[in-house]
Design a protein around this ligand. Structure first.
Ligand code: SRM
Ligand code: SF4
Length: 567
């Protein structure tokens, strides 16, 4: 019996009946009785890069007033490689103020989310995005998601080549339906077949993610992707990519058959083979992924069920060529390097830390949005987003630099450059109030927790330690907490599971250390470990490596391996 002979999940029925991802969205949009879209359309709209949400802070109040939840939508951009022009940034800022919550959220996949859009604002929002040559096609749903690529080194010709491949892969794997144009832009029904030439009628069993890393930077966390490419630079030339298959982080509490898994390095390909490999891995997952149980549907489970060697043999048959042996590579960082960096071509880049990835003007606080708007107005180069939710003003000409420095001071953004590394290396997912799956706070609570952790580190003499802390509001792993030296995974309001022992380059998963701790318990648990680290660590050793080396952690799951195996 094949894996898909069993009962198909409800989402499979919805996709098959969606008429090329149209569903009944047009009717839903024009239904004045509710702020929501129809039940099936909640699934269909995701393929257009949009999620239906409600403001969870207001749930109880709305319920007491006998009102339906305050339905609102989040729109996520498709932005391969995370590159925007200054003009596009300004358009986004304008859209956020006109239709959204007045903030832009830089995501852990190098994209931007607009939150707080009401149903009636969706069409105008997507039309305004279209005018700025931006869209949200396939930013969510059971398709290939935003293709991400290292944001560093920002200015080299090598990086430009890698970025071009990210765009080519994204274009190659884009669904062909005209539904997006029809529903959001011009309303004209174009005759197209309902069966996508690549994805078929029911698309993929689950989301599919691709990244390209440019060593020595693993800012994309390449081993957490369904399919990862590691760009190989020989003599300054892009000679090809190591191919990594089978990564993914999502898991559920109390469901041991769900787990994070790092991808395996399966071999090497030349650039001209990349599109073929991406298509073959994607279609192997399309045909062999579990369509009955969505918690088992990601490619990592398909790989573990089939066996890596069998999976890769299927890929080989589809491409018609074998992979060559993988080439040596070396990662030194997975975080961002902040401040000014000179590029090969005489220009410079300025990487700015964006707290929680949230770009907003805070009343009486930092005017971050206005400041970035001012920079976008005067900057003629690109703006790049990083997979650590930060932002790079890229390609700054020497003549621009003084003006940019003036604006930084004017809007007090220069203050973001001098923060303690414990803050700038940290990451949190969105969580409350918009994420329906959040069990605890993350983005809003991380700064509070870091205040206390920073004080503790100062007391112990570890203030300048660039420890990685990643926090999520549930075990789905959106801020990639399972790679952090200290990973905090929400279990219930105010309670977090504590994971320890990740490295700083994304080669090792951390391990569950203690469950369901509140703030006090987290700090009292961490204190003796940090004290021991402060007095006993080897020169240059990180906290994650230290706890991993010592008998602090329990023996690990089978899935916590350094991803260097070849089939
Ligand atoms: Fe995520 C679902 C936010 C990166 C694993 N993620 C969600 C949703 C859409 C909740 C939902 O399904 O209704 C969250 C929306 C919250 C909100 O209000 O905005 C959400 N995920 C995010 C973002 C915005 C986190 C952030 O703070 O930056 C990231 C958007 C990325 C993008 O631009 O495309 C984001 N999500 C990730 C990552 C990290 C990555 O891709 O590098 C992961 C872990 C890697 C992986 O996929 O395994 C991730 N998100 C999930 C999962 C678990 C998937 C699984 O295999 O089990 C879910 C839940 C699901 O799909 O059922 C999820
Ligand atoms: Fe929501 Fe959980 Fe993802 Fe955080 S990790 S954004 S709480 S789904």
């Amino acid at each position: 019996m094949s894996i898909n002979d069993k009962h198909l999940s409800e989402v499979e029925r919805i996709k098959a009946a969606s008429q090329g991802l149209r569903g009944t969205l047009l009717e839903s949009l024009h239904n004045p009785v509710t702020g929501a879209v129809g039940e099936d359309d909640v699934q269909v709209i995701k393929f257009h890069g949009i999620y239906q949400q409600d403001n969870r802070d207001l749930r109880v109040e709305r319920h007491q007033q006998k009102l339906e939840p305050l339905y609102q939508f989040m729109a996520r951009l498709r932005l391969p490689g995370g590159v925007l022009s200054g003009k596009q940034w300004l358009a986004l800022s304008d859209i956020a103020h006109t239709y959204g919550s007045g903030s832009l959220r830089i995501t852990s996949r190098q994209s931007i989310q607009l939150h707080g859009l009401f149903k009636s604002q969706l069409q105008p929002t997507l039309q305004a995005l279209d005018k700025a040559l931006l869209d949200t096609v396939s930013a969510c749903g059971d398709v290939n998601r935003n293709v991400i690529a290292s944001a560093a080194p920002q200015g080299s010709a090598f990086h430009a080549e890698v970025y071009a491949w990210a765009k080519k892969i994204a274009a190659h794997l884009l669904p062909q339906t005209h539904a997006y144009h029809e529903i959001w832009l011009d309303g004209q029904r174009v005759t197209d077949t309902e069966e996508d030439p690549l994805y078929g009628l029911t698309y993929l069993p689950r989301k599919f993610k691709i990244a390209i890393a440019v060593p020595p930077h693993n800012d994309v966390d390449v081993f957490t992707q369904d399919l990862g490419f590691i760009a190989i630079n020989e003599g300054g030339r892009l000679v090809g990519f190591n191919v990594c298959v089978g990564g993914g982080l999502g898991r559920s509490h109390n469901k041991p058959d769900t787990y994070p898994r790092l991808a395996d390095v399966c071999g090497f390909c030349i650039p001209e083979q990349v599109l073929g490999i991406a298509e073959a891995v994607l279609t192997t997952q399309r045909d062999h992924g579990d369509r009955g149980d969505r918690s088992q549907a990601r490619l990592k489970y398909t790989v573990d069920r089939m066996g890596l060697a069998v999976f890769m043999e299927e890929v080989r048959q589809r491409t018609g060529f074998p992979l060559s042996p993988s080439r040596p590579f070396h990662f030194e960082t997975s975080g961002d390097r902040f401040g000014w960096l000179e590029n090969d071509d005489g220009t410079a880049c300025l990487t700015l830390f964006i707290p929680g990835g949230r770009v907003v003007d805070i009343d009486g606080g930092l005017p971050l949005m206005s400041g970035l708007d001012a920079l976008a107005r005067l900057h003629h180069g690109e703006i790049r987003l990083t997979c650590n939710q930060n932002l790079v003003i890229a390609g700054i000409a020497p003549s621009e630099r003084a003006q940019i420095e003036d604006e930084l001071r004017e809007y007090r953004l220069d203050g973001l450059l001098g923060l303690a590394p414990i803050r700038t290396q940290a990451m949190a997912c969105v969580a409350l109030p918009t994420c329906p799956l959040a069990m605890a706070e993350a983005e809003r609570y991380l700064p509070v927790f870091l205040d206390r952790l920073e004080t503790l580190l100062s007391e112990i003499g570890l203030k300048s330690e660039a420890l990685t802390v990643r926090m999520t509001g549930c075990p789905n792993g959106c801020a990639r907490p399972y790679l952090a030296e200290i990973g905090l995974v929400g279990k219930a309001p105010g309670l977090y599971d504590l994971y320890l022992g990740g490295d700083r380059v994304g080669l090792r998963l951390n391990t569950l250390y203690r469950e369901a701790l509140d703030e006090e318990a987290l700090l009292t648990t961490l204190r003796p470990l940090l004290l021991r680290f402060a007095s006993k660590h080897r020169p240059g050793e990180t906290f994650g490596d230290f706890v991993h080396r010592h008998d602090v952690l329990q023996t690990d799951s089978n899935h916590n391996h350094v991803p260097m195996k070849t089939p």
